[in-house]
Structures are given as C-alpha cells and as structure tokens.
Write a protein that binds this ligand. Structure first.
Ligand code: PLP
Length: 397
C-alpha cells in the first residue's frame, strides 16, 4: 500500500525468475538442465582472482573515487583505444557496479517524462524497464528474423518521432547472438547524426564473437557519431566476472560528470577490490578469454546443429554472445495430454515440467514464438538437454 507507481510498474527480471525456479527444483534434488542463465559457467581466471586477493591483503578496502580508480580508468582508456580505436580521457569514463548499473545511470542522467527511447526487439529484458524507471517511454521496434534480428536503417527512421531522445544498440545481442556489421551500423549512425539522437551502445559481448566476425563499436564510426554515443561495457561476460559487479561507460564529459554525480548520491564507488581485479582483467594476459571463446564456439555449433534437427524448430546460427534463439512457431498449436501450447511461455513451462529443461521464452524479450537457450554450460549438459527437448517435442500431438 506504500508502493510508488514507479515500483508497481516494474516487472522482476524474467530471466532471473526462470533461473530461480530451476535452482529451486535442483535444490529439491530434481535433475534440471539449465539453459536459462546468462552468465559464463567458467571460473574467474586465476590472475584476476589473485589481484582481488592482493587488494584485500594490501588493505585496499576503503572508499575510492566515486567514478572509479585512476588505474582502472586508465586500463579502460587503453582498452578502448587498442580494441576499438576510440580515444577518451579520464573525465569521459565512469566505472559502475556492473554494465547494468551504467545503463541505469545513463537513463537517470539523460531521460525524463515524455522522452522516447528506441529499443530493437528481441531486446535484453532490462532495457524497457530501465527506461520506464526514468519515467521515459520505450519504443519497441520489431526486427525480422530474415534480417538476423537486426534493426535496419529504415526501421530505425520510421520509429523516430520529435520525442525520440535515444536508441539502444546491443551487438552482439542478448538474446539473439546477432551482431551488426560495420555497414549496418553506418546506416543507423548516419540517421542518429542527422536527427541528433543519443546512441546507447551496449558492447558487453564484444569479445564473444565467432565465425571470424569482426566487432565494430558504433562510436568508432567517426567523431560526430562518437560525440552522440555512450559506450557501455564491462568485465562480466568476457572475463567470467558476473559476481564482481564492474561495468563502465564512456561518453561526453558533460554526461559522464552528471552520471558520476548521480552515482555519488546512490552507490558511491564500485567495490574497491573488484576494481583492482578488473584492472588486472583488462591489462593482464587475455589467454583465458581466447580459451573461453573457443569452448563457447564448439558448444554453439553443436547446439544449433542439434536444434535444427528437431522437427518444428528452426534456428539461425548466431555469430556472437552465448545464446541460441530458435524459432518454435512449428510447435505452437500442438498439444500434450489435451493441453494446447499457445505461446513460447507455454512451451518453456512444458519443457520444465515434463523433461526438466529450463530455458527462457521469447516473450520475455519481446519476441513471441522463440526460445532463448544459453550455451554457457557444459557440452554434456547441452547434449543431455537437447536429447530431452527432442523427446518432449516427440511427445506432442
Ligand atoms: C549481462 C548483460 C549486461 C550486464 O552485465 P553486468 O553484469 O551488469 O555488467 C548488460 N547488457 C547485456 C545485454 C547483458 O546481457
């Protein structure tokens, strides 16, 4: 009865909800195969953990500068220069408690009532809710599977109104694993520059690309685009550091300063120990990343091949992130024990109930008729899980 309208309007993250349900079943001793979770199954690399341990032992456990330590900011600046050809200064970088927190700070800093933010669907579950938390309006642009779930320049242009303030680009994408080519980004950037629309570029899966795909950050397409872009990235996905909670944003000094002020009145600095570990992640050996990508790649190829052999399922081969996003339109309308599966959510529930496979229905990402399966789990689990899906599909009438 004390809840604000804002709090009432927010849905809990559906991906975390599925994960919680699967974990609860596991705790009861049920043999659940989890394809729901969006985090690497690898352990944080040794050198990174050691940097964290050293930080504790050296007493690096006090308040730090609100927007991040200078050594981590310098490591981020070096990374953005080396990997993306992007020059930034310390005043143009903020370190936050995860990339999600950076995105939240951006929303609090640049959005207000009446503003529209263009979000291509399928989208990461948090974008619309973060926009809504800032009292602004998410404008969802449905993309086509035929175009690899990527928003075309035309689709972008058609969604723009005088109220459009920002657009979110997430490449490689969660949930589809699709990645925008340089050329596709150029088409979008050109319009953003013409219409003076802020670009929020979520590059968190940058390092997880396959089939020789070359990642481009939209900010690197020229000075005019860079000035309009806030780059968001972090260590969670590339370095298996989801629990350490370190992400960052790079953008104009004006916006980053305002974000830092907001952060100063909410969380203060991100964890000192995690910042030391993240500095090591960005500046130390990158061998662990290469190994993880190689392993993800094998699982990706296997999972997609297996899914394609299931009757009623088709699946694009994604070139980034660690998700497969199969089309299950061929399963809708079928039934089990007289109960008809009408939606992706029905299918997900059916698979969890009947064969104990946890995955996320496409509806959660604004894409009915699809499922998201994370391959951030062992090859053995993938094999077992898809065997079960095959069996469950075979039981449908
Ligand atoms: C995981 C994820 C993030 C957030 O990661 P943090 O752990 O908060 O750094 C941001 N965007 C997308 C698309 C993600 O999948």
């Amino acid at each position: 009865m004390f809840l604000s309208q804002r709090a009432k309007a927010i849905k809990p993250s559906p991906t975390l909800a599925i994960d919680a349900k699967a974990k609860a079943l596991k705790a009861q001793g049920v043999d659940v195969i989890g394809f729901g979770v969006g985090e690497p199954d690898f352990d944080t690399p040794r050198n990174i953990k050691e940097a964290g341990i050293k930080a504790i032992e050296n007493g690096f456990t006090k308040y730090c500068p609100v927007g991040g330590t200078d050594d981590l900011k310098d490591a981020i600046i070096e990374k953005l220069k080396k990997d993306n050809g992007l020059p930034y200064e310390r005043g143009e970088i903020i370190v936050s408690c995860g990339a999600k927190h950076s995105l939240y700070n951006i929303a609090m800093t640049v959005l207000e009532k009446g503003d529209e933010v263009i979000i291509p669907a399928p989208y990461w579950v948090s974008y619309p809710d973060i926009v809504a938390l800032a009292d602004a309006t998410p404008v969802i642009v449905n993309t086509s599977e035929n175009n690899g779930f990527k928003m075309t320049a035309d689709e972008f242009r058609r969604a723009i109104t005088p109220k459009t303030k920002a657009v979110v680009i997430n490449s490689p994408s969660n949930p589809t694993g699709s990645s925008y080519s340089r050329k596709e980004l150029e088409g979008i950037a050109e319009i953003a520059v013409e219409k003076k629309i802020l670009i929020i570029s979520d590059d968190i899966y940058e390092k997880l690309v396959y089939d020789g795909f070359e990642f481009t950050s939209i900010a690197s397409l020229g000075k005019e685009v860079k000035d309009l872009t806030i780059v968001v990235n972090g260590v969670s996905k590339a370095y298996a550091m989801t629990g350490w909670r370190i992400g960052y944003a790079a953008g104009s000094k004006e916006i980053i300063t305002a974000m830092t002020n907001i952060q100063s009145q909410s969380t203060s600095n991100p964890t000192s120990i995690s910042m030391k570990a993240s500095t090591e992640a960005l500046t130390g050996s990158q061998d662990a990343v290469t190994l993880m990508v190689r392993e993800f790649d094998k699982r990706r190829v296997y999972m997609v091949e297996r899914l394609r052999q299931v009757k009623g399922i088709t699946c694009l081969r994604p070139n980034g992130a660690f998700y497969a996003f199969p089309n299950i339109a061929g399963l809708l309308g079928k039934s089990f024990n007289g109960k008809i599966l009408n939606s992706s959510s029905d299918v997900a529930t059916y698979l969890l109930d009947e064969v104990k496979v946890a995955l996320v229905p496409g509806g959660a990402f604004g894409a009915e008729g699809y499922l998201r399966l994370s391959y951030a789990t062992s090859m053995e689990n993938i094999k077992k899980g898809i065997d079960r899906i095959e069996k469950a599909v075979g039981m449908l009438k």
